[in-house]
Design a protein around this ligand. Structure first.
Ligand code: SF4
Length: 291
């Protein structure tokens, strides 16, 4: 049995940068270090950072005197304003530059006097923050029926799949002719999706590694299932089951942009161990039959 890892899988530039900032700050700071919400959607990394003293604070109102790291998803401008007004708080902004670009695009469309439509998940922190730049009449679209104004501006959550973006545009195009579209899907997301799709088509089964709370990881799993391949989304190697690999010749492994490379390596190693054990058992059975 062969194992192949997608060409581009795991940590993207923005996540790498945010995580590096968190570890560096924790290592050199004497003050308490906190993040507003989990720094990335990967429970294993968040837990490891906790060991370094980096605390997750969910609500801005609970933030006290500390060094506060804004995660790669960014934050609503009003929240940022409130935080900046707090005494004794140092803010390190780890918002991914591509997310900042999407926020600027939202503000630009709003300033053109358009109703801004954000294609993405309403509850995702990046989308919540984006909405703060998109104006009061902005709407989050996620395959739901919506009413739109005559002039709209359209952009996407950075981790949206290109397919979903195209589908949403077809729907919105049926509502109005006056659309200013800005494609804010991040390239790191696109290449991970393309590589995963190519690998999924060749493989007998797919293992997708990453946080279950990670939108881009779940999307990769969804895409693999759509091409009809048995797909298992795991957070760590301990979730792997030997029976999954019984009939596979080629196992594809991919990972979301918030999955550390070390975790992917551990998963690959465990699959190797599982299959090596299975092959050894099969050899023993064959020898016994011959005898
Ligand atoms: S997926 Fe793209 S936008 Fe999101 S953090 Fe990574 S590089 Fe930035």
């Amino acid at each position: 049995m062969k194992i192949e890892v997608a060409k581009r899988a795991g940590f993207c530039f923005g996540v790498k940068r945010a995580v590096k900032l968190a570890y560096e700050t924790a290592a050199k700071s004497k003050q308490a270090v906190c993040t507003l919400g989990p720094i990335i959607h990967n429970p294993q990394v968040v837990k490891d950072l906790e060991g370094w003293g980096v605390k997750v604070i969910e609500k801005p109102s609970r933030v006290k005197k500390c060094i506060l790291i804004i995660r790669s998803h960014g934050v609503h401008p009003k929240v940022l304003q409130q935080l900046k007004a707090k005494k004794g708080l140092s803010i390190i902004d780890a918002t991914c530059p591509f997310v900042t670009k999407a926020q600027n695009a939202a503000a630009c469309l709003r300033d053109e006097g358009r109703q801004v439509i954000i294609i993405g998940e309403k509850e995702h922190p990046e989308v919540i923050a984006l909405k703060g730049y998109a104006g009061r009449d902005s709407v989050v679209f996620n395959h739901n029926a919506i009413k739109v104004g005559p002039r709209i501006g359209v952009l996407a959550q950075t981790t949206l799949s290109t397919d979903d973006f195209v589908k949403a545009l077809m729907y919105l195009g049926s509502k109005t002719n006056d659309i200013h579209l800005i494609n804010t899907i991040c390239r790191a997301t696109q290449v991970r999706q393309q590589d995963t799709m190519q690998l999924a088509k060749r493989s007998d089964l797919m293992i997708v590694v990453g946080g279950r709370n990670s939108a881009n990881t779940s999307r990769l799993a969804e895409m693999c299932r759509k091409v009809g391949k048995p797909t298992y989304h795991v957070e760590t190697e301990d979730e792997l089951k030997a029976k999954w690999f019984s009939k596979a010749s080629l196992v594809g492994v991919t990972a979301g942009a918030s999955t550390p490379d070390a975790l992917v390596r551990k998963v690959v190693k465990r699959i190797r161990d599982i299959t090596a054990k299975k092959e050894k058992q099969e050899k023993v059975i064959k020898v016994q039959k011959v005898q």
